[in-house]
Design a protein around this ligand. Structure first.
Ligand SMILES: [Ca+2]
Ligand SMILES: [Ca+2]
Ligand SMILES: [Ca+2]
Ligand SMILES: [Ca+2]
Length: 497
C-alpha cells in the first residue's frame, strides 16, 4: 500500500448517539511512521473525528523512495490503519459503516498502491455493529427501480420486505411506528382527551414531540385533509405524510390514517398533530427511515421515491449510499442496510469549441494564425459542423467544416491564417461554433459550444482608402476587403489530437 483515505460513520440513523469518540490515532498502525525503509516517511494528512457528524476521517500517504534501490515506498498491506476509542453513552445499538461515497456521489474512501503508479486498490467493505441491550434487531431490506438509473430519473424505493426476526408474520412485520396523536389541549403531554391516530398508546403524561422549542414542536411532514373546512383536524379527517412538504398529496406521500386521498388534494397543517418520539429524534417515522446519501433530508415510509440532486435543482450523477433503517416493536431497536445506487449520465451529446490566436496584437499586413479546437465532451460519437467567423462586416465566415466525425473524448484542431493587409485596424473577435447534427439529447453545456478569441490590429489605413468618398468608400471598401479577407484565408491541414 502507498496510502489510504478512509471515512468511517458511527451513526446508524439520526437520533441520540449511542457512542462518542474520545480519541483516534495512527499510532501502532501501518502508517505510524515506524519500521519504514530508509528514505521513506509518512504524511499523516488527516486525523479528524466529529461526534456531531458521527464520522472519523483518516488519510495518510507514503513519500520518498527506498534509499539504495530508488524504489517507491510501500507498506505491507496487512494490518491496522488507525485506532479509535469510543465511549458508550446510552443503552442501544449502532453501526460502523465505511462511508464509500460523499453526498456529491464522488468516491470518498480509497486505498492506493505505491508510487509511481498510485493505482486504486479494490477493497471489500465489512461493516460493524454495536449493541448493549437485549433483543434481536429487525432485518431491513429494500429494492429500487429503475435498476440502472440515469440522471434525472425519479427512483422508486420499496422497503416492504423488511421484517423483525421474532415477529415476521405480525401485521407490519413486527416493525414499529412512532405513536402519532392529536394533542387536544396543546400541552405537549399525552393525557385524557388526546386521540391516538396511529401506533401504541403512550403512557399518560408522556411528553410529545418536541417540547424544547416552538420550531420543532411538530413534524412539518404531518398534514391532514380538512374535510369539513374547520381549519383543525377532527376525528375522521385523513392524516397524511407530505414527503416533499408542498402541502399537496402527491408523489411519495402516503396516508397515515383514514380513507383514500385523491392525488393532488390540498393538505393542511394542525400544530396539535404531534408524536411520541420513542425513536429519539425530532421527526416522526412509521418504522422506516430513508437516507439517500445525497445530503437531502431523511424521509419515512415503507415505500418512497427520490430524485437525486447535486444542488437545488440540478439532477445528480454519481454513486450514492442509500440507507434504510427500520425499528422493531418488541425491542425498539433500529437496524440499517446500505446499497450503493449508481446514477449514470445517460446519453450525453456535448460539444465544446475553443479558439486561440497566435498574436493578441499584430501590425497591419502581418498574418494572424487561428487555431480552433472542437472537442467531444460527451459519451457518444458525434457528427458536427464547425463554423468559424469574425466580426467584420457583421459576420464574415473564415471557414465551414461540415460533418466532423468525432469519437467521445476526442478533439480536433483546425489551423487557419487570416491575412490582415486589407482589414481596417481595430479589435477583431473570432468565433468558432460547433453544432452536433446527430444529437438525440440536448447539449448539457450549451455555453461552451462556442469559443471566441480577440486580437488587436494596429497600423493606419492607407491614404487611398481614406480618400474615397465616405459613403461610397465604406460600401466599396467593405466589399473589396471582405472579398480579400475571404479569399486570403487559407486552411491548413486539420490536426487530430
Ligand atoms: Ca426484535
Ligand atoms: Ca395533551
Ligand atoms: Ca406532497
Ligand atoms: Ca457543450
Amino acid at each position: 500500500m502507498g496510502g489510504f483515505d478512509v471515512t468511517l460513520g458511527f451513526f446508524m440513523v439520526i437520533g441520540p448517539s449511542v457512542l462518542r469518540v474520545t480519541s483516534a490515532s495512527f499510532s501502532g498502525g501501518l502508517f505510524d511512521n515506524t519500521g519504514l525503509p530508509a528514505g521513506c516517511s509518512v504524511i499523516q494528512d488527516k486525523h479528524d473525528f466529529s461526534n456531531v457528524l458521527g464520522t472519523v476521517h483518516f488519510r495518510a500517504v507514503l513519500q520518498g523512495s527506498v534509499t539504495g534501490t530508488g524504489e517507491g515506498c510501500s507498506v505491507q498491506g496487512n494490518g491496522t490503519l488507525f485506532f479509535i476509542t469510543f465511549n458508550v453513552l446510552l443503552a442501544g445499538s449502532t453501526t460502523f459503516d465505511i462511508l464509500q461515497y460523499s453526498s456529491q456521489g464522488k468516491l470518498l474512501t480509497q486505498i492506493i498502491g505505491p508510487a509511481p503508479s498510485v493505482l486504486n486498490i479494490p477493497y471489500q467493505v465489512a461493516n460493524g455493529y454495536f449493541r448493549n441491550v437485549a433483543g434481536i434487531p429487525p432485518v431491513p431490506s429494500f429494492t429500487f427501480t429503475p435498476s440502472n438509473p440515469e440522471v434525472g430519473d425519479l427512483l422508486s424505493f420499496d422497503g416492504t420486505l423488511s421484517y423483525d426476526t421474532e415477529n415476521p408474520t405480525l401485521l407490519g412485520a413486527g416493525l414499529e411506528t412512532e405513536p402519532l396523536v392529536y394533542d387536544a389541549n396543546s400541552d405537549l403531554k399525552f393525557n385524557a382527551g388526546d386521540t391516538v391516530i396511529v401506533g401504541a398508546t403512550p403512557p399518560t403524561g408522556e411528553t410529545l414531540c418536541c417540547a424544547s422549542t416552538p420550531v420543532n414542536r411538530y413534524d412539518g411532514h404531518i398534514k391532514y385533509v380538512d374535510v369539513g373546512a374547520l381549519n383543525r383536524w377532527v376525528s375522521g379527517d385523513p392524516v397524511v405524510y407530505d414527503s416533499d412538504k408542498d402541502s399537496f398529496f402527491d408523489r411519495a406521500d402516503f396516508i397515515i390514517s383514514g380513507s383514500t386521498v385523491t392525488n393532488g388534494t390540498a393538505i393542511s397543517t394542525d400544530l396539535n398533530l404531534v408524536f411520541d418520539a420513542i425513536h429519539g429524534k425530532y421527526f416522526w417515522d412509521n418504522g422506516y427511515i430513508w437516507d439517500f446519501g445525497d445530503g437531502l433530508s431523511q424521509v419515512t415510509g415503507s415505500t418512497t421515491s427520490h430524485l437525486f440532486l447535486s444542488s437545488v435543482n440540478q439532477p445528480a450523477v454519481g454513486t450514492f449510499a442509500v440507507k434504510l433503517a427500520v425499528y422493531d416493536s418488541d425491542d425498539h431497536l433500529p437496524m440499517r442496510t446500505v446499497q450503493l445506487v449508481a446514477i449514470s449520465a445517460g446519453t450525453v451529446f456535448d460539444v465544446a469549441v475553443s479558439v486561440v490566436v497566435t498574436h493578441e496584437t499584430l501590425a497591419l499586413g502581418q498574418d494572424q494564425g487561428v487555431n480552433v479546437t472542437i472537442q467531444n465532451r460527451g459519451n457518444q460519437n458525434f457528427s458536427a459542423n464547425l463554423t468559424v467567423t469574425f466580426d467584420f462586416q457583421g459576420n464574415t465566415q473564415i471557414a465551414f467544416e461540415p460533418t466532423i466525425l468525432l469519437a467521445h473524448d476526442r478533439s480536433r484542431t483546425y489551423n487557419y491564417t487570416v491575412h490582415t493587409s486589407s482589414l481596417p485596424p481595430r479589435v477583431y473577435t473570432i468565433t468558432g461554433l460547433g453544432q452536433i447534427t446527430n444529437a438525440t439529447t440536448a447539449d448539457p453545456s450549451p455555453g461552451n459550444n462556442q469559443g471566441t478569441a480577440s486580437f488587436t490590429l494596429q497600423g493606419s489605413v492607407n491614404s487611398s482608402f481614406l480618400s474615397l468618398p465616405v459613403l461610397a468608400g465604406i460600401l466599396v471598401a467593405v466589399a473589396v476587403v471582405a472579398y480579400a479577407a475571404i479569399y486570403l484565408v487559407r486552411k491548413r491541414r486539420a490536426k487530430e489530437e
